[in-house]
Design a protein around this ligand. Sequence first.
Ligand SMILES: N=C(N)NCCC[C@H](NC(=O)[C@@H]1CCC/C1=C/[C@H](COP(=O)(O)O)NC=O)C(N)=O
Length: 168
Amino acid sequence: VMSSGWEIRMSNSKGIPYYFNAATKQSSWDAPSELSEDQIKSLPGSQHLSGGSSGGAGTITASHLLVKHKDSRRPSSWKEANITRSKEEATDILRGYQAQVGNSREKFEELANIHSDCSSHSQKGNLGPFSKGQMQKPFEDAAFGLQVGEFSDIISTDSGVHIILRTA
Ligand SMILES: N=C(N)NCCC[C@H](NC(=O)[C@@H]1CCC/C1=C/[C@H](COP(=O)(O)O)NC=O)C(N)=O
């Protein structure tokens, strides 16, 4: 089979792996849909997929919509230099987004892109693949408890309040 040109590289800025195609110069946080699990595990650079040599084991991929508040560990974002809303206000705002999203991944990604106080807003909320031990515990517990395609309810971390969508 002709090599697809895909390889796995590590993003130093985000500390997570991404997929790069040397032939087409494409890059993507998500695994190319045309590749099977086995093909992904045998790509050059597959050692970057956390979860050791077994590739994806223990690794999930999720997106989130984060609304920060004045008590966030970093009450600032690409959107707002100094975030002063209360945690209650942030939760009310996020409930409003939750109602608009329903079960729609597309709507979630649209709102994450516009409103999320995380830099991942530019990736429609996508945080890329991660294993246990990388994210704050409340986020990790919620995300690893989701089925693929499932949304979390509103959860709180030191970053703010979030809704999570598990995507892989
Ligand atoms: N591996 C990946 N993709 N990047 C490293 C993530 C580090 C991790 N981050 C989080 O736990 C928060 C909550 C869930 C997502 C997340 C994103 C935060 C939220 O914004 P902040 O509070 O930082 O301003 N922005 C980036 O880190 C941590 N252990 O602090």
